[in-house]
Design a binder for this molecule. Structure first.
Ligand code: AP5
Ligand code: ZN
Length: 211
């Protein structure tokens, strides 16, 4: 199955995608994680504003399409079934995606702006195994320590309040038109993303089941 999961920064795409990938045996393709793993990749020869993905990410801006499209193309080539998270983020990326693959379901996690800010500023992540936590909504058993692997949790560089605001404004300007595009095509399934993670997953899984 080819599943696309859309939503604003903090809507729960990563949380739900990881679970979908493991329960439905899909590849989790996420441009955010791929870029974080290659933050210092030298892109200075491509004549962009900045020399590395890190500079864009820490500013809350989009990494140039040429870089991201290439990552997605390579990842999808080697994936049979997948859940795609964090891409497409603008209409040009959506156009590119339609040229390289087809989709069985497009889901959108709907979460209010205030909730997004609370989720992102309270998020903690494990640098070793990638597990996600929230200081209030999903705390680890021992404060600051990963339940899965015991590593010390960190805050993502782009989860500061100022960068979160910038990411949300980039989302409104560039990515909301992508959501509207799939809605107009009649393929968008909207999910209430403000329920508990388990309840959100129940809704998401039932759509994927039928896809
Ligand atoms: P990316 O890594 O994709 O970040 P994002 O879209 O901003 O999304 P997040 O990972 O912040 O949030 P999420 O929706 O996955 O939420 P999560 O499940 O973690 O992108 C980062 C940067 O990379 C971009 O800014 C850009 O620079 C670059 N980039 C990436 N893709 C790109 C592209 N295609 N083009 C160009 N540039 C690109 O949940 C958030 C928090 O909420 C967690 O703490 C979690 O525990 C908690 N939570 C989750 N669900 C619930 C719930 N139901 N109730 C309560 N709390 C919850
Ligand atoms: Zn861990």
């Amino acid at each position: 199955k080819h599943i696309l999961l859309l939503g604003a920064p903090g809507a729960g795409k990563g949380t739900q995608s990881k679970r979908l990938a493991s329960e439905f045996d899909l590849e989790h393709v996420t441009t955010g994680d791929a870029l974080r793993a290659n933050k210092d990749m030298d892109i200075s020869d491509m004549d962009f504003e900045y020399d590395t993905p890190r500079a864009y990410m820490d500013a809350g801006e989009l990494v140039p399409d040429d870089v991201v499209n290439e990552i997605v193309k390579t990842a999808l080539q080697s994936a049979d079934g997948y859940v795609l998270d964090g891409y497409p983020r603008n209409l040009d990326q959506a156009e590119y995606l339609s040229e390289i693959t087809d989709l069985d379901a497009v889901l959108y996690l709907d979460v209010s702006e205030e909730e997004l800010v609370d989720r992102l500023t309270g998020r903690r992540v494990c640098p070793e195994c990638g597990s996600n936590y929230h200081v209030e909504f999903a705390p680890p058993a021992e404060e600051g320590v990963c339940d899965e692997c015991g590593a010390d949790l960190i805050q993502r560089d782009d989860d500061t309040e100022a960068t979160v605001r910038e990411r949300l404004s980039v989302y409104h300007e560039n990515t909301e038109p992508v959501v509207d595009h799939y809605r107009e095509e009649g393929v968008l399934v909207e999910i209430d993303g403000e329920q508990t993670p388990d309840d959100v997953f129940e809704d998401v899984a039932s759509v994927v089941d039928d896809a």
